[in-house]
Design a protein around this ligand. Structure first.
Ligand code: B4P
Length: 187
């Protein structure tokens, strides 16, 4: 199974990717998590990424694409993967196609977790109280939602046009959403 997971910030991509990865037996690859590990470790990649993440912007495509290219070439991704948070704009989607073509494979499904902006804002503000992420403040969340609407939301039509899109309602309890995702992927 080669899948991408789409949806607005706070829709539950990271939360559900971890669970689906176990159910499907493929690695969950989160670009956001890889960036955060690098920020924490103070690497050159982390220093670059931090400036964009803290402002709610996308990290530049050349940085993100190179990182994903390296990750997909690793052995554990050879038989499948679940990409969480990538692609996030049409340029990244085209780049992903070319990476997979080079590896002799292609995407099986694009799963979009849907949730309205009021609900996701509440979830992210709650997470801010627990984790204190620099990008979970109200003005940065607003910016991230703008970026999502302008850059990422067009991917819904992009994948629908190729017959790859599956949409799953992200409202409700975490277990409930997982069950919906598993059922949607099985179908
Ligand atoms: P991400 O790490 O992808 O962060 P996110 O979109 O906020 O989603 P996340 O996965 O963390 O949250 P989730 O919805 O699971 O990106 C962060 C930043 O990294 C971006 O802004 C960008 O700067 C950079 N970046 C990442 N990928 C990039 C790319 N491809 N190109 C360029 N830049 C990139 O969960 C949110 C909260 O909701 C959690 O607290 C969770 O517990 C809760 N929750 C989840 N499901 C719930 C449910 N059903 N009910 C109640 N709460 C729920």
């Amino acid at each position: 199974m080669r899948a991408v997971l789409l949806g607005p910030p706070g829709a539950g991509k990271g939360t559900q990717a971890a669970r689906l990865s176990v159910r499907l037996g493929v690695p969950a690859i989160s670009t956001g998590d890889i960036f955060r590990v690098n920020v924490k470790g103070g690497t050159a990649l982390g220093l670059t990424a931090r400036e964009f993440m803290d402002a709610g912007h996308l990290v530049p495509d050349e940085v993100t694409n190179a990182m994903v290219r390296d990750r997909l070439a690793q052995d554990d991704a050879a038989e499948g993967f679940l990409l969480d948070g990538y692609p996030r704009n049409p340029e990244q989607a085209v780049e992903l196609d070319s990476m997979l073509a080079e590896l002799g494979s292609g995407l099986d499904v694009a799963i979009e977790i849907t949730a309205n902006f009021d609900v996701v804002t509440d979830r992210l503000l709650k997470r801010a109280q627990v984790e204190g992420r620099a990008d979970d403040t109200e003005p940065v969340i607003r910016k991230r939602l703008d970026v999502y609407a302008n850059s990422t939301a067009p991917l819904t039509a992009f994948y629908a046009g190729r017959g790859l899109l599956v949409q799953v309602d992200g409202l409700g309890g975490i277990d409930e959403v997982t069950d919906r995702l598993v059922a949607a992927v099985a179908a």
